[in-house]
Ligand binder design. Structure first.
Ligand SMILES: Nc1ncnc2c1ncn2[C@@H]1O[C@H](COP(=O)(O)OP(=O)(O)O)[C@@H](O)[C@H]1O
Ligand SMILES: [Mg+2]
Length: 249
């Protein structure tokens, strides 16, 4: 079964075409990498998939059900969870309480007692259990990213959307996070990962989609995509990214 089908999705902000006719199917159990230069529309695509913005055109099917225009809280109940590019934990709550929020409003809609158990299990999974009682506001960047991941996982999603969870991490933190992403997939959860850390996204993804100015310019295996002239051209505006992309192949 396809966990997700996106069909002809268009999203504009005023005169700006943030997404133009984006179309793809995603089979269950895969890691799909979503790459493209800054402003390409990657985060907007997540916002359309999880119901933050209804698309002007096109449809989104989640596990076979048309969810176009459905609200984020409803998608969370159906089994969709995400992290945010800019992490914003509830700073005045503990790490455990932050993760409990995910469990309470997620697919299982748990009560507080069960949510606390789920939170502790998921915190151990992302190796943040030692921080459970601390205020979320006291965590460093890498720990906040793990917290975001834990909150999303506590919702017990079928599909997890990860928006730049590796940004700002050092190489050993990136390696640890990539291991966690693989372990999530091994549990049967499908994952879409937006990422600029090219070697990591190339390494972890089964398939990649490349967006540029809201258009899907390439799709395929990491090998196919990184050899695609249109992809290299799209990154040439950003020599650093082009260099990283080429170095990762
Ligand atoms: N809420 C919004 N209002 C107006 N423009 C937006 C909004 N969100 C995103 N955009 C614009 O849409 C384009 C795509 O943005 P985004 O999806 O955040 O790109 P990416 O995540 O690929 O860097 C950018 O030009 C951005 O400025
Ligand atoms: Mg973004």
């Amino acid at each position: 079964m396809n966990v997700l089908q996106v069909s002809g999705v268009c999203k504009r902000f005023g005169g700006l075409h943030a997404l133009s006719n984006v179309t793809f199917d995603m089979p269950e159990g895969q890691i799909l990498g979503l790459i493209g230069p800054n402003g390409a529309g990657k985060t907007t695509l997540f916002n359309v998939i999880d119901g933050v913005y209804p698309p002007e055109q096109g449809q989104v099917f989640f596990r076979g059900q048309d969810v176009t225009g459905a609200k984020p809280y409803r998608l969370a109940r159906l089994g969709l969870a995400r992290t945010h590019q800019i992490v914003r934990p509830l700073n005045d709550l503990s790490v455990r309480e932050n993760v409990m929020v995910g469990a309470c409003f997620g697919r299982q809609g748990l009560g507080l007692h069960e949510a606390a158990k789920t939170a502790d299990e998921v915190l151990a999974f992302v190796r943040l259990e030692a921080r459970a009682a601390q205020l979320a506001g006291s965590l460093n960047v890498a720990q906040k990213k793990r917290l975001e991941m834990a909150r999303a996982l506590a919702a017990r999603p079928y599909l997890l959307l990860l928006d730049e969870v590796l940004a700002g991490l050092n190489p050993s933190e990136i390696t640890a996070m990539v291991e966690i992403i693989r372990a999530i997939r091994a549990q049967g959860v499908s994952v879409i990962i937006i990422e600029h850390v090219m070697h990591a996204v190339m390494n972890v993804s089964d398939r990649l989609i490349v967006l540029d100015y809201g258009q899907q310019i390439a799709e395929g295996t990491p090998q196919e995509v990184s050899a695609n002239p249109r992809v290299i051209e799209a990154y040439l505006g950003d020599p650093k990214l082009a260099e990283r992309l080429l170095a990762s192949t």
